[in-house]
Design a protein. Sequence first.
Length: 286
Amino acid sequence: MGGTLRSQPEDIFAVQDEVTGKIVEALLGRLRAPPPRNRPKNLEAYDLCVRARKLIDDSPQTAREAHLMLTRAVSLDPGYAEAYRWLAMNHWMGWVHWGEPIEPNRSVALELARKAVAIDPNDAGCRWVLANLLAYERSFADAEFAKAIELDPNEADTWATLSDIAVLAGRVEEGLEHIRKAFRLNPFPPSWYYLTLGQTQYAAGEYEAAVETLRRDETYRTSSRRFLAASLAQLGRLDEARAEVELFLVSNPHFTTRHWATTEPFRDAATLEHFVDGYRKAGLPE
């Protein structure tokens, strides 16, 4: 991914702008104190949170393991905002990605995200998590995303999340810009960045690029397989698409296209139909 981006002149200039911005921010930081931040008070809680972050999006099984870790982390350190926000994301993924009951996961996720922001209102990470969950409530909390960027314009996760929301609104080029920026800001991205990139490439009709992205080791075998199957189907590679569907359903036995389409906060009917068309061609359950 990085090599591809560096080969494009516009990306080189974008990186230069971001580096300049970081230097300016560093210099300004000498003149003004950063806003106070919440820090973990328990080393074991911190370790559990770090390990849970790596498991949270791989599969329903690893997500359950992450849930146990994060629950333990907040019991050890009830004032640890980051653990609350990842626990919120864990519940959100349960009903959006893994086919678990919408309630109580939906309301619990929102409650935990709001608690994280209440504990540490100056954490950009807590802000983008709350913004994402509000978007899935169809609230489209632009103010929360704006606050996250104001607090830390170099928080890569914010831009990756904004990419997803932009694509669901039909603003595919904007989505591509956001996810590319996220990759530039985070040279060691989590697996879900590749899912978001592959989803965005699919939305743009860049099916070959989506297949290449979604077959990377970083994301292959995760829930991103549904986008891989849809991309292969749109290329007419139906045998490969159906093989990926079969593998996807091993880890996601409750997945249905209908549930997915109703839980994702689409604001553009054509984009929704494009994804549903790919899912149907690939043979994903209705």
